[in-house]
Design a protein around this ligand. Structure first.
Ligand code: MCN
Ligand code: MOS
Length: 762
């Protein structure tokens, strides 16, 4: 548990909701004072190193551990022979686990890079050396390498993802103007700066785990289910995370191995997943392919959208990367049909990666819209505005708020879109071809309950306490601002304590749902604390307000006073002293009132009370419009994004400085997706060949231009207590199509499979 003490960062106006306060934990991070999961000192620590399969499919027939066991410092080698005594855990929704054994080091190999053995030794170096000596014999079976493998087939239809209204087939045939195109996106990976790993320690039947987590309560529950323990026996500690991007929302096989090894050995065990092992310990964004057919009138009114998509999944779980997620809600259309398939291949199950579903979906529909614009000889901005969706045609519900028109028009204005010559290859800068393109994006508002505690200490400091997570997105800071404003206490008097499953429950830092959810709980708790303080101050013996007949007080700058000029005042230390209390504690949650305490506690470790964007009377989403400029060198085929302007509707912004950083971060990842990122699979053995940051390219500073971001949102009080919508993911959605569209405008070449690398342009 770490206590964050905000320092002065600019004026006091920065400290309230909507202020531009700098990250309050920033100094701890840049000075190296913040402690990460693998840095906790633990006495008697042993170190585990994973051994991973080198075949895509088959059976482990023998693991020869003799030389590893006789290697210096080795304490234990775990193989598929060892029954670790684990049971399968439940899913995110908290649905009861199947009563089956769980083998994190399985005998059946399902993908290349699967963990099948682990060596535990006194030091990490000794474990790594011995892991090289473990020799595995397989009975190999033919595997399916990836989506392009001829053995992969067309996959399974996921009927629950099919969406249709009107008669799309008939409307398409009748449409005077039609386009049809196939789009593809490759495997992509999170590449968080902090790799996966954990330190696991048992104290009797209590399991303590230091592991980067996007969801402390959910992970505690899932670990507990593996070990057949009550949830409260597992404690996840995760105050700082070096990025997650969707990869750290659940415990993974290596975590089960480390915790089981610690139990077997009777010593704490640390397991650091190496960078290459990160690529197969949790899946990245699945490779996708999709076909989009659009029909329109000659003046550009959409008549039909037909979408057929597929993504690769593993052979053991059907994980959709829903390429039809944005297609039905971006435009007004009376005839629509979408179907999604999953294609099992021998890979680790794909995972959630910033903007899952919406991201590849926007690549398809936003490229297709520009292809239609060219077929119609119409400005792509005009085409988008012409087909503006006045409500959600999929659910039939009105939008809660949708400022996408403003995003398109204000973004276009700031970018200078009206100066565009529409003809491909018509614009130049020096000897480079210049291209401009648009891509829209969206991400749903997901709502979840949360709980928070406010503690007022006798020294006047205020603590905001929550088990929620800050993986860099800004939770610490916005919670200090929320409490400061609601309580009337300066922000540098507020400390924020996060990242521990022993603390009050919270939504996952995922699905862009945490900020809206946890600010609601903190706001509620802080208002209750304020009322409590005022009540106590009016009644306290020796209180200057006691005989004034007043029935309320104001709190400003940490001082209580009557709402009049010449009022006596009292600060928080004085109040607590007069009450003889060393602290005051208030806890509030946003669950329904009538839940039993037991049901309340259960709610934090599962998502049974999470609400999707159309569960109420409205359809609620964040929106954006990206405008990209590229410079293409015709001789070398190199593409550089030279300018981006992006306009967003994310409702009210709790902290615009942090939001702008979130948006830019998403856009930078989108530039990587458009031009660089691609997991390359060896077709012979299903191995991820570029499983390191030297070969799997992500953008560097030199790849990133000026990025101008604009907020066009208005407060949306249906979306959240304070009026904000989700911010963390929408930024990446629509970037890749904006760049692909710009590359077409520059070169006249339409690249429909990402990334847009030079060999596709020459
Ligand atoms: N915010 C705001 N006003 C709003 C909404 C959000 O000021 N109306 C700001 C706050 O600083 C808040 C942040 O934006 O902390 C993100 O809020 P939100 O959109 O609710 O997203 P979450 O807090 O749920 O964070 C998860 C989200 C996801 S799902 C991914 S993936 C992602 C992302 O955040 N991974 C990240 N941003 C990331 N940023 C960093 N640095 N590292 C990651 O791994
Ligand atoms: Mo974000 S991919 O939902 O963690």
């Amino acid at each position: 548990m770490t206590i964050m003490e905000p320092r002065k960062h600019g004026s006091s106006a920065d400290g309230v909701v909507g202020g531009r306060l700098s990250r309050i934990e920033g100094q701890l991070k840049v000075t190296g004072a913040a402690t990460y999961a693998l840095e906790y000192p633990t006495e008697g620590l042993a170190h585990a190193v994973l051994v991973q399969s080198t075949v895509a499919a088959g059976r482990v027939v023998k693991v020869d551990t003799a030389s590893a066991l006789s290697s210096p410092g080795v304490l234990m080698v775990l193989t598929p022979e060892d029954d670790l005594g684990l049971r399968v855990s439940g899913d995110w929704g908290g649905n009861p686990p199947e009563d089956l054994p769980y083998h994190p080091l399985p005998r059946e190999v399902q993908f290349n890079g699967q963990s099948i053995a682990a060596v535990v030794a006194e030091t990490r170096e000794q474990a790594a050396e011995a892991a090289r000596l473990v020799s595995v014999t397989y009975e190999e079976q033919p595997g399916v390498a990836d989506l392009d493998d001829p053995k992969a087939g067309e996959g399974k239809l996921l009927a629950h993802l099919s969406v249709a209204w009107g008669d799309a087939e008939a409307a398409l045939v009748a449409a005077p103007v039609r386009i049809e195109a196939d789009y593809r996106t490759p495997r992509e990976y999170h590449c968080a700066m902090e790799p996966h790993g954990l330190t696991a320690k048992w104290e009797d039947d209590q399991l303590i785990i230091w592991e980067p987590s996007q969801w402390s309560h959910g992970m505690a529950r899932m670990y507990a289910e593996w070990f057949s323990l009550p949830s409260e026996n597992v404690r996840i500690i995760s105050p700082f995370i070096g990025g997650g991007f969707g990869s750290k929302g659940q415990p993974l096989a290596f975590g089960a191995v480390a915790a089981a090894a610690a139990r077997k050995l009777g010593r704490p065990v640390r397991l650091a997943v190496t960078r290459p092992q990160n690529f197969t310990s949790y899946g990245g964004r699945a490779a996708t392919r999709q076909t989009i057919k659009l029909g329109a009138t000659p003046d550009g009114i959409l008549q039909a959208i037909i979408h057929r998509g597929a993504n690769e999944t593993s052979v053991y779980a059907d994980v959709p990367e829903q390429t039809g997620a944005a297609t039905p809600i971006l435009y007004k259309v009376e005839n629509f049909s979408s179907e999604s398939r999953v294609v099992p291949v021998n890979t680790v199950s794909p995972g959630a990666l910033r903007g899952p579903g919406k991201n590849p979906s926007a690549f398809g529909i936003e490229c297709a819209m520009e292809e239609l614009a060219y077929a119609l000889n119409m400005d792509p901005l005009e085409l988008r505005l012409k087909n503006y969706a006045d409500h959600d045609y999929q659910s039939g519900k009105p939008w809660s708020t949708r400022q996408l028109r403003e995003a398109l028009t204000q973004g276009a204005e700031a970018f200078g879109w009206s100066k565009r010559n529409p003809a491909p290859r018509s614009m130049r800068k020096g000897r480079k071809l210049l291209g401009w393109g648009i891509g829209c994006g969206t991400f749903p508002v997901i709502q979840a309950p949360s709980e928070a505690m406010i503690r007022i200490l006798s020294n006047g400091r205020v603590e905001v306490v929550s088990g929620s997570i800050d993986m860099g997105q800004g939770t610490y800071t916005i919670l200090a601002q929320t409490a400061s404003e609601a309580l009337g206490v300066p922000v540098d008097q507020v400390d924020v304590v996060l990242g521990d499953s022993r603390l009050p429950g919270a939504a996952i830092a995922g699905g862009s749902m945490l900020a809206g959810s946890i600010t609601g709980a903190v706001h509620k708790a802080a208002l209750a604390a304020r009322d409590e303080l005022i009540g106590l101050a009016l009644g306290a013996s020796g209180s200057p307000f006691r005989d004034t007949g007043a029935n309320t007080l104001t709190i400003q700058d940490g001082r209580l006073s009557l709402p009049r000029e010449d009022s006596p005042t009292m600060n928080l230390p004085e109040l607590l002293a007069s009450l003889g209390r060393d602290h005051i504690e208030i806890r509030r949650n946003t669950l329904p009132e009538d839940l039993s305490l037991q049901d309340q506690q259960k709610s934090w470790g599962n998502m049974s009370r999470v609400q999707g964007p159309t569960m109420g009377d409205y359809s609620m989403h964040s929106w954006c419009a990206h405008f990209a400029e590229v410079e293409v060198d015709e001789d070398f085929g190199t593409v550089r994004v030279s300018r981006m302007v992006s306009a967003f509707d994310c409702g009210r912004l709790y902290n615009p400085r942090l939001v702008e950083s979130q948006w830019r971060g998403g856009i930078i990842m989108g530039i990587g997706q458009a031009l660089l990122e691609e997991g390359v699979v060896d077709p012979r053995n299903g191995r991820t060949m570029n499983s390191n940051l030297g070969d799997y390219l992500v953008p560097t500073n030199a790849d990133i231009p000026d990025i101008e971001v604009i907020s066009v949102g208005i407060p949306d009080l249906r979306a959240s207590a304070l009026g904000g919508k989700g911010v963390g993911e929408v930024g990446i959605v629509g970037v890749a199509p904006a760049i692909a569209n710009a590359v077409f405008h520059a070169t006249g070449k339409r690249v429909r499979d990402l990334p847009i690398t030079l060999e596709k342009l020459i």
